[in-house]
Write a protein that binds this ligand. Sequence first.
Ligand SMILES: [Zn+2]
Length: 64
Amino acid sequence: MRDFDGDGPRRSFGGPRGPRRDFGPREMHKATCSECSQECEVPFKPTEGKPVYCKDCYKKKKGF
Ligand SMILES: [Zn+2]
């Protein structure tokens, strides 16, 4: 077993999602919420024909 504590920044590199994904802003895409028609931004590319929800509506959909 290695002791990662003294090994510098290496543990944030090459995680399960691959390298270079840990820093920098996520790419956001403009979309219109299917529920309240507000403009919002989502961290994924909106697919045409699929509903997109803003944060509020997404929460509601999840049952909060
Ligand atoms: Zn909404």
